[in-house]
Design a protein around this ligand. Structure first.
Ligand SMILES: [Fe+2]
Length: 194
């Protein structure tokens, strides 16, 4: 049986107390994600394989609702800002919300039909992610980007499609400014190529 409880979330560090699980993704675990593979290999060595982001869960299998934090380091690989892998949900009828606590970033979204959108991530903005939109968060600032996510426990993660074909847009720094550009390596989906 589940009982109510208060969960302390620190909006600056992203700590969750009590938490049920956590994981970190280091740059060496994100090969294939960034455009400039040589810059990534160099950064893995020069920066001692840094943690790009960390996810902390408060997740009870018996509950329909879960939440937690994502803590993203600032940094770039080549011109691209540090980002998460990006995913669809396994369940296509499950959306999510990202409530930014500190830092600044961009949420990059792509519908199943191929429409791209972005939502600014800054403290006070709660981003609505509709069902069946792929989502990737990007730390475009110089500090940690910390946000709280709320999701259905059974939503599930589907990383493969984005890993294999990429997303249609890239978020890069150009002349000291954040720019959203087309991804030259985007592979499209098989049905369109056929
Ligand atoms: Fe998600």
């Amino acid at each position: 049986m589940l009982f109510p409880e208060g969960v302390a979330i620190d909006g600056v560090t992203g700590s969750v107390q009590p938490a049920t699980a956590r994981y970190a993704k280091r740059l060496s675990e994100l090969r294939g994600l960034f455009q400039d593979e040589r810059a990534q290999e160099r950064a893995i060595v020069d920066r001692d394989d840094p943690v790009v982001y960390e996810v902390i869960d408060y997740r009870k299998a018996e509950s329909d609702l879960c939440f937690g934090t994502t803590i993203m380091s600032p940094g770039k690989v080549g011109a691209e800002y540090y980002m998460t892998r990006g995913h669809f949900h396994q369940r296509r009828d499950r959306g999510e919300a990202y409530y930014t606590q500190s830092g600044e970033g961009l949420l990059l979204l792509e519908s199943r039909a191929g429409e791209s959108r972005t939502v600014e991530m800054r403290p006070g903005v709660c981003a609505f992610i509709p069902p069946d939109w792929a989502h990737r968060s990007i730390n475009t600032g110089s500090e940690k980007l910390v946000f709280v996510w709320f999701c259905a426990t059974d939503a599930g993660h589907e990383y493969g499609e984005i890993r294999e074909r990429g997303m249609r847009r890239l978020v890069v720094e150009r002349d000291g400014r954040m720019v959203v550009t087309d991804n030259p390596k985007f592979l499209g989906d098989g049905s369109k190529l056929a």
